[in-house]
Every structure is written in structure tokens, then in C-alpha cells.
Design a protein around this ligand. Structure first.
Ligand SMILES: Cc1cc2nc3c(=O)[nH]c(=O)nc-3n(C[C@H](O)[C@H](O)[C@H](O)COP(=O)(O)O)c2cc1C
Length: 174
């Protein structure tokens, strides 16, 4: 082994599961953001942590609505999923821009993205300031899935997305 930089380590540790988080603003308008820094933190209760940068529109939305939906985009959604990680909801309506269709969630206000492979509806139960991000802990209150969709998106550093199925086969590069 040799000493490497933060950027080299992030590249080497790739790919990371790439998901989309939906929130709503004060007027109830939904937004979508691409997120790799998320993790399951507890089995019972079922808890998921998401790390959101302070300048993100999503940060403002989640501070207000205290709920989110973590959606796993399917392979067909790769172009729209990339837009959600590279453009801000401060500048555009990402549902319009991507053509993603919002579907009402069962429990929370932020919508599910139609066509996702999995969607976890979460209510924020805790948060921690961590450097330039806030870590929000969400309790899972409903789960939806499309078992027929096998392929999920993974990010390689912040450069590109790849799709992998559950057998580990890479399918494309974006
Ligand atoms: C591959 C990838 C992973 C990302 N992961 C995160 C993340 O974990 N947390 C975060 O705050 N931003 C992350 N981002 C950046 C946001 O998605 C991006 O800044 C987005 O434009 C913010 O949207 P918003 O302002 O509408 O919330 C990621 C971007 C990419 C391309």
C-alpha cells in the first residue's frame, strides 16, 4: 500500500450506490437530488441516514418538511438521475426537466418517483451537523419496490454512473 489522496481513495472505493432523494419545499413543491452518501443504520427500528450538503436546495426543503423518500433509480432513468445530481432545484423544476413522474407517497409528503426500483418513505427522527453536511436520520415508514427491475445505478467518484445487476454484472457507462 501507499499513501493516496482523498480524491484517489474515493475513486478507488467506487462504485457507490447512487440514489435519489425527494423532499418538498415550504409551498409543497417537490424536488429531487442525487445522493451517494446514504446508509442503513439500524434494522429495528428501520433507520436510514442521508448526508446533505448545506448549500443544497434539498437541505432547505428537509429542514422544513422533516421527511424524505429515498428512491433507487432504475437503469432506464440514468439520464434524469444524472441531472438530479448535477443541477439544483433552486434553478429548475427537476421533475419537469427529467420527465420523472411524481406519485403520491403512502405516509409522507414528498412523492415517490414512478419507475424506481425501491422507494423508502422516511420521517426524520434525528440529525447531526457533520462538517459541511448535515446527517439526517430517517425512520422508514413505508417501503415500495419493483421486483422485476434488477438493475440499479452506481456512481464512480462524481464523474459517471454505471449500472449493475444484483449478480454484479456491469451493464453500461453513462
Ligand atoms: C454521484 C453523485 C453523488 C452525490 N452525492 C451527494 C450526497 O451524498 N450528498 C449531497 O449533499 N450531495 C450529493 N451530490 C450533489 C447533489 O446531488 C447536487 O449538488 C445537486 O445539484 C443538489 O440538488 P438540490 O440543490 O436540488 O438539492 C451528489 C452528486 C453526484 C453526481
Amino acid at each position: 500500500m501507499k499513501e493516496i489522496t482523498w480524491n484517489e481513495a474515493i475513486e478507488l472505493g467506487s462504485p457507490y450506490p447512487y440514489t435519489l432523494i425527494t423532499t418538498v419545499d415550504r409551498d409543497g413543491k417537490p424536488n429531487i437530488m442525487g445522493i451517494s452518501w446514504w446508509t442503513i443504520t439500524s434494522w429495528e427500528p428501520k433507520l436510514i441516514a442521508v448526508s446533505i450538503g448545506h448549500p443544497r436546495h434539498t437541505h432547505e426543503c428537509i429542514e422544513h418538511c422533516k421527511e424524505f423518500v429515498l428512491c433507487f433509480p432504475s437503469e432506464e432513468q440514468k439520464e434524469g438521475a444524472w441531472i438530479c445530481g448535477t443541477k439544483s432545484g433552486k434553478e429548475m423544476d427537476k421533475f419537469k426537466e427529467t420527465g420523472f413522474k411524481p406519485v403520491a407517497s403512502k405516509v409522507v409528503s414528498p412523492p415517490i418517483i414512478e419507475g424506481s426500483t425501491i422507494a423508502y418513505e422516511c420521517k426524520v427522527v434525528n440529525k447531526l451537523e457533520t462538517g459541511d453536511h448535515t446527517l439526517y436520520i430517517g425512520e422508514v415508514v413505508a417501503i415500495h419496490g419493483s421486483p422485476e427491475k434488477e438493475k440499479h445505478l452506481f456512481s464512480v467518484h462524481y464523474r459517471k454512473l454505471v449500472s449493475l445487476d444484483f449478480k454484479g454484472n456491469a451493464n453500461f457507462e453513462l
